[in-house]
Design a protein around this ligand. Sequence first.
Ligand code: SF4
Length: 376
Amino acid sequence: MDLSIILTYRCNSKCSMCYIWKYPTNPKYEIDLETLKKLPDGFDYINLTGGEPTLREDLAEICDSLYPKAKTLEISTNGLNVNKILPIVKKYPNIKIRISLEGIGYTNDLIRGEKNGYEIKKEGMQKLIDAGGCDLGFATTFQDENIDQIVEIFKYTNNLNIEMATSALHNAFQFHKNDNYIYDRKRVAKKVENLIIEMLKTNKPKNWFRAYLNLGLIKKILGQDRLHACTQGTDSVFIDPWGDVYACNVRNDLLMGNLNKQSWDEIYYGEKAKEIRKMVSICPQNCWMVSSAKTSIRSRIHYKIPKFKVIYWVLLNKLKITLNLKINFEKYIDYNDIKDDSQINKRVFYLNETFKKQLQGQESKNYKQLDKYFNR
Ligand code: SF4
């Protein structure tokens, strides 16, 4: 099973889709190494996330403690403090590092409120490559503002021989805001088709299966049912900086227990966990974030072997791309079934003009283009 540990709610980005940075945790009360040592061995993945995990002084010690407990240990970072990660990558070259990248140049910087963020991430990724990291990648959240660039981001990652993880804008209790909506659902969904095709064109099986995950994202973007049922609480859980264990990070009513006060077994095998799993089984949210998507497509044979239906889709469509045939997306996606969002409150961009101009740098053309999205 997978585990995501939110090490801190402190963050040095100022993302437009997540306001964690406005509500930082006090480091004194963040989950400590001794509590994390209570976790058993044998996880498939452990993802260290935040907030921004590199703001934890003890990140290297946490990695030393958790690396042996998972087949894959991941750090999800904004990439602004890569020097903190470099020694970890040198020590554990196969540790998985995903740097959030929301666009090329100014697009990233405006969406994430990061001055020179794009350049810093690019340089940081190169340092990680030079340090010998062998499971590196960028992670991008699809939204109206960056959807025209996703193929370009993919080609950039592919040229570097690194990965591109994807998700779509969504709401979650930990974001401290609930107006993360995609406005032009059909346009955004159609652009994802292009990414799927590009991924299938490559010679990397990992990309082919990611293409399938992106098919699921199209359904999420359009507001349709998931491709596979959510198994959060069973196959994947979240621990927050106060040690609270949740089935997922979207609903705060799916609280299973607290690792400061209970043992892992008491939480995971307890009565409360059973009750929460029943709630998950009828959850109407239809999320398709990485954690709940990748666990739901797994077969029970091995965590790296997908379900037969997924393998079939991948092989069939890889063959079509190889033979220069078109993928019939209409067979998988009903583009007449698009959730009606006419009643939603459109989000207000929080950055004031002065800050936006500081981020703007030389790219005034892009700045004007993006403003059409941010100043609705
Ligand atoms: S679908 Fe799964 S991940 Fe989404 S809110 Fe429900 S339980 Fe959580």
